[in-house]
Design a protein. Structure first.
Length: 623
């Protein structure tokens, strides 16, 4: 109910914003406070420490805080229980308590070796932080839950306490574009300010169009063996798990918009707990607005019991809310980044999966599992939408990378987002790299888009790729509301005689159905006279894959939709693969969607309200 209220409130506020004058949809480069921080190289590092009444599991008394290349270091505090708590920290450098809203006068720093005492309210989240001087390496913390015996935690600076992890997180070199005479290769290389890894050899890959295969691939990455399809369909949340062949993992990334306490989420959390108990660092990045209390209890509870489980619960910060649209963005901007990755000590056992899926049952099953025997998990109501706490099923897609070179490149690049400046959300900049890089068939690179800090560079990158097409552009995508630059690039492709095919589920059947479906139909009216536009509606599922194939040579598998919010508001990621074999396989998936779809022509009915809202900048850019 709370989530439904927030969604309705956000939509109403977006409608109210229509009264504001329409702004230029594309911002040339970030300005204001963001530009100042980027230019000066400032970085605010924030870690989240989850405290519980019972404390961590036996032997799990180390919490690693982020301070890598930071000029400001904070630990945000969260209380999992309905219990008052006191945290008493003695550090080897300066420390102080501070309110996260920064409304109070900055308290004085406490000298090294002197205690900082912080009182926390029951279920408190994001209200109080422990600020540390950049010189701090270690704090001894004593946590006293109300009416119970205290327990202790060692708070350790991660980059010095774990030098092996510091090497993995080391900044990567930049990769300015090359001088190839091949337009598509030049476009592949020319990211123009968007954060991207350098091209590396592709190695072994596996395509994951089937939901259960994708879930089983994540199980295999953590367990070292697959579960049977019958086990996955049965939905026994407490099924026995055999870890005898599990890889030794140093690092795990679980980054999603939706990370839910359902059968799939609980199954993964059990395996994350097993690895965390053995010292594995688990990094979870999730959008806070998409989390219910049930989700938080599971995953923040995991972090409380195993402090090497690190959670970044993303909320668009007030510091980055520049101007009217920035303030509006605080209502709905999210991290839409999708990555599941494991870094194994044994060669050949690391993996990275990138695509459109979230960790929610609707991406793996056509109907929810019966979880009534586990009251601490979601029991979905299929009659409600996913956004309001119900269930929606999706047809989606991921690609899995299995070579150590490709996986390490993606994981190394993800560190730029994990170690971002938390005030501006700008990814950590790369090191100066070679003057020029080259690329050839059989290469991949990973990109991260933070449009409100990089000048919406993803728009320019996608425009360059579309402009490089010489004979075909094939797209599978759920949402169509393109920035003007991409519309212009698509029209230039028409002028060059490029064949363009686009497939979507026109009728979205979600909470934002009215607006999003209207925009999909408007795409048919604007482009359907020459774009081969298809409606693929695999009821009860909705198409959610985000796939692009250009000239049978280059494939993009990404979290990015062809809508304004992906290019203007949300953090996104994806991989660009320059490889004919992968492009052919992805194109075959798009082809299957098209073969089961129906051609959509101009003349679609679009509600007048949608047409009116579409002319208003701040509103249309939210979809």
């Amino acid at each position: 109910m709370k989530r439904a209220f927030r969604t309705t409130a956000a939509l109403l506020l977006l409608a109210v914003s229509a009264c504001a004058p329409a702004a230029n949809p594309i911002v040339p480069r970030p300005g204001g406070e963001i530009a100042t921080r980027l230019a000066s190289g400032e970085r605010h590092a924030i870690s989240m420490l989850v405290l519980s009444r019972d404390g961590p599991a036996a032997g799990q008394d180390r919490f690693y805080f982020d301070a890598l290349a930071a000029d400001e270091v904070s630990i945000d505090l969260a209380v999992r229980d309905q219990t008052r708590m006191q945290l008493r920290a003695v550090c080897d450098g300066r420390a102080r308590r501070r309110s996260t809203d920064m409304q109070e006068t900055s308290p004085a720093w406490v000298a090294p070796g002197q205690p900082v005492v912080i009182e926390l309210s029951p279920r408190e989240r994001f209200q109080t932080r422990l600020e540390l001087g950049t010189e701090v390496q270690h704090c001894d913390a004593t946590i006293t839950p109300g009416g119970q015996a205290p327990y202790r935690l060692s708070l350790l600076r991660e980059d010095t306490a774990l030098p092996w992890l510091s090497r993995i997180d080391a900044p990567l070199p930049s990769c300015p574009g090359g001088d190839s005479t091949d337009p598509l290769v030049r476009a592949f290389l020319a990211t123009d300010g968007m954060s991207a890894s350098c091209p590396v050899a592709l190695g072994r890959t596996r395509l994951l169009p089937d939901g259960l295969d994708a879930l089983d691939a994540k199980v295999e990455a953590l367990l070292g063996r697959r579960l049977t399809r019958a086990q996955l369909l049965a939905g026994d949340a407490d099924m026995p798990l055999d870890f005898s062949n599990a890889p030794q993992l140093d690092l795990i990334y679980v980054n999603y918009l939706n990370l839910n306490a359902d059968f799939s989420g609980y199954l993964i959390s059990r395996m994350l707990a097993w690895h965390a108990a053995r010292g594995t660092i688990v990094r979870i990045l999730v959008s806070d607005i998409m989390q219910t209390e049930t989700d938080r209890r599971l995953f923040e509870g995991l972090a409380a019991r195993y402090p090497t489980v690190q959670i970044q619960s993303y909320r668009f910060p007030a510091e980055a809310a520049d101007g009217f649209e920035g303030q509006m963005g605080r209502l709905h901007r999210v991290s839409h980044v999708k990555l599941f990755a494991t870094l194994a000590r044994e060669p050949g056992r690391s993996t990275a999966m990138v695509g459109g899926r979230n960790l929610h049952e609707g991406y793996f099953y056509e109907e929810p599992r019966d979880l009534s025997a586990w009251p601490f998990l979601h029991q979905y109501d299929p009659n409600q939408t996913k956004l309001t706490g119900g269930f929606t099923a999706y047809q989606d897609f991921e690609i899995e990378f299995q070579s150590d070179v490709a996986v390490r490149s993606i994981i190394g690049h993800m560190a730029a987002l994990w170690h971002r400046d938390h005030d501006s959300q700008a990814p950590r900049p790369p090191l100066p790299g070679p003057q020029r890089v080259t690329a050839q068939d059989g290469m991949v690179r990973h990109f991260i888009s933070v449009p409100f800090t990089d000048g919406e560079a993803q728009t320019g990158y996608f425009v360059g790729l579309l402009d490089a097409a010489r004979h075909s552009i094939h797209i599978a995508i759920p949402y169509l509301n393109m920035p003007p630059e991409l519309e212009a690039a698509l029209n230039r492709a028409r002028d060059r005689g490029v064949e363009v095919q686009v497939v979507t589920t026109v009728r979205v059947r979600e909470a934002t159905d009215f607006m999003v479906t209207g925009l999909n139909r408007q795409f048919a009216n604007d482009f359907g006279d020459w774009v081969q536009f298809y409606d693929y509606d695999p009821v009860p599922r909705l198409l959610h894959a985000k796939l692009f194939v250009i000239d049978d040579r280059l494939a993009i598998i990404t979290s990015t939709n062809l809508n304004m919010r992906s290019f203007v508001h949300d953090m996104e990621n994806g991989v660009v693969v320059l490889d004919r074999d992968v492009a052919a396989q992805v194109d075959a998936v798009i082809g299957r969607f098209i073969a089961e779809g129906e051609r959509v022509m101009p003349g679609q009915e679009v509600p007048r309200l949608v047409q009116w809202l579409r002319r208003l900048g701040a509103v249309t850019r939210a979809f």
